[in-house]
Design a protein around this ligand. Structure first.
Ligand code: UGA
Length: 430
């Protein structure tokens, strides 16, 4: 099939590259000249494992343009993959989605318009109305929410648990199914509103599992239990599952914070007060502050202390800093009067508060050199290869808060660290 993908961000580019790899011809349209120029020059403007290889391996089926008309010229299907960031009110900002819909005017040869962007329930109905008003009544509409996680997006796209299609139109359902031919997963067809809700519900439930295990971790630390052991055994119950039960300093990224807030606001706008979801968000907000508080207690105050922040992306395997817990940790440390040195193997944080007041170091050891404390914020595997025996004597004070329960506590204690973990009573507070 011939597809036009709007948006060359994480979702759009992965979608385009995977469709091309499945044998379809894909024209990608983005409004950012730098992004389009980079892609045309064969450069991948973002870090996502496997994406560059997929783009490079399918150049004959991929094109990139700033011009919507050009991208749409031969397309059977238009895929909307633009971002929907929170507005000042915490709702999803749909202006980019509707800008794309506007640009479809005249593309009467299209068979279907598919929205992959994460949107509030009811957006599909609004897009349908806009398409009708633009003279595209005959063009089918579908929601096809994405369930790809950054760092494993290509694998998630090509080997998903399911493909969800929300539509009232058989043509759209057939188009989306055809596009996914070669993907070994059930295609689940439902109405548009339910498909939109599946996406928000899945992310909210994943975020809930993490906040829940973090709350359990905080209790474990107080009552003499170890959350790692607790989660391991609880996760063996097939009704509960082992995933998303890793306690730490909480979730971040471009999806959970935005989508949980959007669902909360959407529920509120519809007249329901979502108490559980509100608590899930609050537990997460507090979890990262709690980490700084623990460092403050351990050091007897943070003013004048030097703290090494190890890992700053919102999770390993990505360069994405959006809503990264590290940003709150760094800002809180600075506010308490600490000096912050940080290390990350990939991310280059924007030159803005708090990172503009922090010092980037080339290695974890360099960041920890002369520090009063170090905190593991992102569980990059490189941290497992650090020569911690050499790091320990180089620190002014060997306080180490493992915010992701990444390191082996026994080893760290043996090496002489004042080691703290999350939800492991033996390593709760110094
Ligand atoms: C998430 C979902 O996992 C995807 O299914 C979804 O498609 C995507 O959002 C989206 O809406 O686009 P992503 O945000 O890329 O994907 O990352 P996750 O791997 O889900 O991690 C989210 C956050 O939760 C990270 O900060 C991670 O460190 C944290 N996390 C995850 C935990 O603290 N504990 C866990 O056990 C798992």
């Amino acid at each position: 099939m011939r597809v036009c993908v709007f948006g060359a961000g994480y979702i759009g580019l992965v979608t385009a590259a995977c469709f091309a790899d499945l044998g379809h011809t894909v024209a990608v349209r983005d409004i950012n000249p730098g992004t389009v120029a980079a892609l045309r020059a064969g450069r991948t403007p973002l870090y996502e494992p496997g994406l560059a290889e997929l783009l490079a391996g399918n150049t004959e089926r991929l094109s990139f343009t700033l011009d919507a008309g050009e991208a749409l010229r031969h397309a059977d299907v238009a895929y909307v993959c633009v971002d929907t960031p929170p507005t000042a009110a915490g709702d999803a900002d749909l202006s980019r989605v509707f800008a794309v819909v506007d640009s479809l005017r005249g593309a009467s040869h299209l068979k279907a318009v598919v929205v992959k962007s994460t949107v509030p329930v009811g957006t599909g109905a609004q897009v349908r109305t806009a398409l009708d008003a633009a003279g595209l009544r005959h063009v089918a509409y579908a929601a096809n929410p994405e369930f790809t996680a950054e760092g494993s997006a290509v694998a998630n796209f090509l080997h998903p648990d399911r493909v969800v299609v929300g539509t009232g139109d058989e043509v759209a359902a057939t188009c989306v199914s055809e596009l996914h031919k070669g993907v070994d997963a059930p295609v689940v067809v439902m109405d548009v509103a339910s498909a939109e809700m599946v996406k928000l519900t899945a992310n909210a439930l994943l975020a809930t599992k993490i906040s829940f295990v973090n709350e359990i971790a905080n209790v474990c630390g107080l009552v003499g239990a170890d959350v790692v052991e607790v989660a391991r055994a609880v996760g063996m119950d097939h009704r509960l599952g082992p995933h998303f039960l890793e306690a730490g300093i909480g979730w971040g990224g471009s999806c959970f914070p935005k989508d949980s807030l959007a669902l909360k606001q959407m529920a509120g706008n519809s007249g329901y007060t979502p108490q559980l979801l509100s608590a899930v968000i609050e537990v997460n907000d507090l979890q990262r502050r709690r980490a700084v508080q623990r460092l403050k207690t351990a050091l007897g105050g943070l003013a004048g202390a030097r703290v090494a922040v190890l890992g700053v992306t919102f999770k390993p395997g990505t360069d994405d800093m959006r809503e990264a817990p590290s940003t709150v940790v760094a800002a809180r440390l600075l506010a308490e009067g600490a000096e912050v040195r940080y290390w990350d193997p990939v991310a280059v944080p924007a030159d803005a508060h708090p990172w503009s007041s922090c010092t980037r170091m080339a290695t974890p050891a360099a960041a920890a050199d002369g520090a009063d404390a170090a905190i593991v914020v992102t569980q990059w595997p490189q941290l497992l290869d650090v020569d911690w025996a050499a790091v320990r004597p180089a620190m002014r004070r060997p306080v180490l808060l493992d915010g992701r329960n990444l390191l082996d506590p026994g080893t760290m204690v043996r090496l002489g660290f004042s080691y703290m973990a999350v939800g492991r009573a033996a390593y709760e507070q110094l």
